[in-house]
Design a protein around this ligand. Structure first.
Ligand SMILES: [Zn+2]
Ligand SMILES: [Zn+2]
Length: 356
């Protein structure tokens, strides 16, 4: 649209942005919908079922079909959810909307938004490493890419997944030899299932905290192969835990729930474990570096793979990513959202974890 400057009356071309940041979250006025709003709205387009992206109470939801069941657990069984296959397009007020795999957790999606020949992609949370529990990240060409930056510092680089699983198995075997239970903390939706997928051929026994077990059931119903697990809470009091691996949410670290396991060793599966101090501060015996978020090279590769000339950086270490992108000549800016990165045991992302 053309406006006239109040200063000198000259005509200036003004292009209304396809997405804008409002108090409820990212809003598309042309299509009258929000992407991952943090308050209930009329129409919410959802990238994935983690709580910082899927808020209950909205009038209607639009999501990728592969994530519909998990979203329903998050926003309530009677919520109105419309589901689309990956790659399928709908028109919302003339704006074309489609979902594309983000590789983060089961059903996670990037949202592609097209209007008047201009394309935006809101990537939610994502990773580019292969993960058997979800569809692989798909690069989607766009003019503006909205990205997270949870691990947006060059120190965050993920080792190959096979190495990490070998470390977990070795730690577990050593604990068995020493007669100790192996209590492994992993975020209950997504990370725990990825770990159990990587241990699918392990001899066991593997037990789970109830929160982990509930999501495992939904993953298995979706056809994802996981190691056989038993709900620890349902195990008899006489259970010998000394050979067991027990998967639990990080919030259980140091709580009375752990007393039943007797002599034990603790480990935490998280991208934050890349930093030695992060493990020591949590009094953990072991840290295993495995994340459902992109590492530094992964962020840069996803951004450049989108071909975008403009980038909005939503959460995490935003400043270093914005700075790096500006140096590459991109129009990059940090925006203030309520999304969270990989959670630690307090349910929040740690403050600066800067250790060289
Ligand atoms: Zn997430
Ligand atoms: Zn998130």
């Amino acid at each position: 649209m053309v406006c006239f400057s109040p200063l000198d009356g000259r005509a200036v071309t003004y292009t209304e942005s396809i997405l804008e940041l409002t108090g409820n979250g990212l809003y598309c006025a042309r299509g009258d919908f929000y992407v991952d709003p943090w308050r209930p709205v009329d129409r919410a387009v959802i990238t994935h079922a983690h709580s910082d992206h899927a808020c209950p109470g909205s009038h209607g939801y639009l999501a990728a079909r592969r994530g519909e069941t998990l979203l329903r657990v998050r926003v309530g069984g009677d919520a109105s959810i419309e589901a689309l296959d990956y790659g399928e397009t709908v028109s919302l007020g003339g704006v074309r909307v489609s979902f594309h795999p983000a590789g983060h957790i089961l059903g996670s999606a990037q949202v592609r938004i097209e209007s008047g020949g201009e394309v935006w992609v809101v990537s939610g949370d994502y990773k580019r490493e292969p993960d058997p529990t979800c569809a692989a990240f798909e690069p989607v060409a766009c003019h503006t890419f909205v990205t997270e930056s949870t691990f947006g510092l060059p120190i965050y680089r993920w080792p190959p997944e096979a190495e990490v699983f070998a470390e977990i198995r070795n730690w577990w075997a050593a604990n068995q030899q020493a007669g100790k239970a192996s209590v492994l903390f992993a975020y209950s939706l997504g990370k725990a299932q990825r770990v159990l997928s990587g241990l699918a051929d392990a001899p066991g026994p593997i037990y789970t905290h109830g929160a982990v077990e509930n999501y495992c059931r939904l993953y298995r119903e979706a056809g994802i192969a996981l190691a056989t697990t038993t709900h620890a809470g349902a195990a008899p009091a006489t259970t010998d835990w000394s050979r067991a691996l027990i998967l639990a949410p990080p919030s259980e670290n140091g709580t009375p729930w752990m007393r039943r396991f007797g002599h034990l060793s603790t480990g935490f599966v998280s991208g934050w474990m890349r930093i030695r101090g992060a493990r020591r501060r949590r009094s953990l015996d072991r840290g295993f570096v495995l994340s459902d978020h992109a590492d530094w090279p992964g962020l840069l590769a996803a951004i450049s793979g989108s071909g975008a000339s403009r980038v909005w950086v939503t959460h995490g270490y935003r400043a270093p990513v914005v700075e790096w992108l500006k140096q590459q000549g991109l129009d990059a800016q940090a925006i203030e959202t309520r999304f969270e990165g990989e959670q630690d045991e307090t349910g929040a992302e740690p403050a600066a974890e800067a250790e060289p």
